[in-house]
Write a protein that binds this ligand. Structure first.
Ligand SMILES: Cc1cc2nc3c(=O)[nH]c(=O)nc-3n(C[C@H](O)[C@H](O)[C@H](O)COP(=O)(O)OP(=O)(O)OC[C@H]3O[C@@H](n4cnc5c(N)ncnc54)[C@H](O)[C@@H]3O)c2cc1C
Length: 488
């Protein structure tokens, strides 16, 4: 028997239903899982782009990928195109795939930079990146050569997981949580109609409201707005466009950025901005003017404060999703943070009433993960060449976290990218964004000198040729979606 026999999940957005589905799958009937949600309150309804790690979550649930995409009107995502981030008119892609191939223990990019420094014809980073080439060519296939994530409709995803979780034994209770009964720890959720929902352990998935972790337990919040000052968003769907691009687009604006996410039935669009530098009306106009198809609804406003809860696991309560904190969706990491919190919780599942050490370990790992993602996002803002705009000037001039400062300077001095194993963004991600934003190393690893110049040139040429050849074999993304996972 499990020491914790009943879990109550407060909230049924993406976080609530992902948690319910995963716990039901792993623990089966040995755990009593109840989820309380309120249709009247609803969900945030955004969160349409993901990173490749989501495949691990889907496979834990034994989901059929085609069925999942069909149900959620999804498409494949090979990376994110960043337009105008380094400077106006410039663009680059952060793709999910490998860039080049390592040679003799040394990462590829040292050879590539050395060739450029010596005036060789190494070409662009993207010439060595099949994911990027396929994204721009609008091609896709499931293949060991490509690394993919998904775009999907967040509402349909939650509904899909709800069906899955309920079939797995999760009890759903419709009702508004009016109060939380706390003694030493949380005892029950009190609903507006008078019902009390008791449990051994509570998971707060109530979104930005954070009713349990903050409202009841007053855990505290670490505010990151001094590094990530955007605090508002507008989201608007527009008609689907053809062909369906297999990548997200993030376009820098005067005081923030806009997203574009292609789905089967519509395009998701939004504007994330800093209210100190632009009015809501201006932000709205900037979003609407760049839609490439007819708007299907009014733009929906959302307010947020970037940061994290001081503890994610406090007493017998764990915050998952927006209740745990928020990092803006520039690299599509929120759903990933939900997933990794669930995976970590399953590994550190409470063994008895005294779970302080487990909670400590959970909090330390989660905070490390969030700070690592935070640094990566700050990089996009901080290293910019948009010199004539006050928002971008203030991002360039801000003091950044020491951890990020160290990584940028180490790369600039030596081209070294030393990424700890637990970090979600690996070397190719940091390389693409550092290079894309315009950080150039002054030197490369001395070992590169041991490869003769002609051999190096041949190595680089071979990789470019291989990438080109493989691209030719890939079908169109549209055709792939149509054939395998089209929602009819
Ligand atoms: C502008 C924006 C864009 C985003 N884009 C992305 C993206 O591209 N990729 C990505 O990974 N993530 C993205 N996210 C984050 C993503 O939307 C969330 O991580 C995800 O939807 C999880 O939300 P949630 O379930 O925590 O909260 P919500 O969706 O807000 O769900 C909260 C739940 O709690 C319930 N609830 C609240 N109060 C009560 C109450 N009193 N009684 C009963 N029930 C209650 C609600 O009814 C709801 O069911 C984005 C977020 C924003 C703000």
């Amino acid at each position: 028997m499990l020491p914790v026999k009943s879990i109550v999940i407060a909230g049924g957005g993406t976080a609530g239903w992902m948690t319910a589905a995963a716990l039901a799958r792993v623990f089966g009937p040995s755990l009593n899982i109840t989820l309380v949600e309120s249709d009247e309150i609803g969900t945030i309804g955004v969160g349409e782009a993901t990173i490749p790690a989501i495949a691990r979550f889907n496979s834990m649930l034994r989901l059929d990928e085609d069925a999942f995409l069909r149900e959620t009107q999804g498409t494949f995502k090979l990376g994110i195109e960043f337009r105008g981030w380094r400077e106006r008119g410039h663009s680059y892609m952060h793709s999910f795939g490998a860039v080049g191939r390592d040679l003799a223990y040394l990462p590829f990019h040292h050879y590539w930079y050395q060739d450029r420094m010596q005036g060789g014809d190494a070409g662009e980073l993207g010439d060595y990146d099949l994911n990027q080439a396929a994204a721009y060519a609008g091609r896709f296939a499931r293949s060991d050569d490509l690394v993919h994530a998904f775009h999907f409709d967040a509402g349909l995803y939650a509904a899909f997981l709800r069906r899955y979780a309920e079939a797995g034994g999760v009890t759903r209770i419709e009702g508004r949580i009016a109060d939380v009964a706390v003694e030493e720890d949380i005892r029950a959720l009190r609903l507006a109609d008078g019902r009390a929902i008791a449990g051994d352990f509570f998971i707060d998935c109530t979104g930005f409201r954070a009713l349990l972790i903050e409202g009841a337990l007053k855990t505290g919040y670490e505010d990151w707005r001094h590094w990530l000052p955007c605090d508002r968003a507008l989201a608007v769907p527009s008609a689907r466009t053809c062909p369906l691009l297999p990548y997200t687009r993030a376009t820098a604006q005067t005081a923030g950025w806009t997203w574009r996410i292609p789905l089967q039935h519509r395009t998701g669009n939004g504007h994330v901005y800093c209210s100190d530098h632009i009015s809501d009306e201006e932000a709205h106009a900037a979003l609407m003017v760049q839609l490439d198809s007819e708007a299907l609804a009014d733009a929906r406003p959302i307010r947020f404060t970037t940061g994290r809860r001081k503890k994610l696991w406090n007493k017998n309560c764990l915050a998952i999703g927006l209740s745990a904190g928020f990092i803006e969706p520039l690299e599509s990491t929120s759903i990933h943070l939900i997933q990794s919190a669930i995976e970590r919780f399953i590994m550190l599942f409470p063994r008895g009433p005294d779970h302080d050490r487990l909670a400590q370990d959970f909090n330390d790992s989660s905070i490390h993960e969030m700070e690592n993602i935070r640094d990566f996002i700050i990089l996009h803002y901080h290293v910019n060449g948009r010199y004539d705009e006050t928002f971008w000037n203030s991002c360039r001039n801000m003091t950044i976290p020491d951890s990020l400062h160290h990584r940028i300077e180490l790369f600039r001095d030596t081209a070294a990218l030393h990424i700890p194993p637990a970090d979600i963004f690996r070397l190719p991600s940091w390389l693409q964004v550092l290079h894309g934003q315009g950080v150039e190393p002054q030197a490369v690893h001395p070992f590169t000198e041991r490869v003769a110049r002609d051999d190096r040139a041949r190595f680089l040429r071979g990789l470019r040729f291989e990438c080109h050849e493989r691209l030719e074999l890939l079908p169109a993304h549209d055709a792939f979606v149509w054939r395998h996972c089209y929602h009819r």
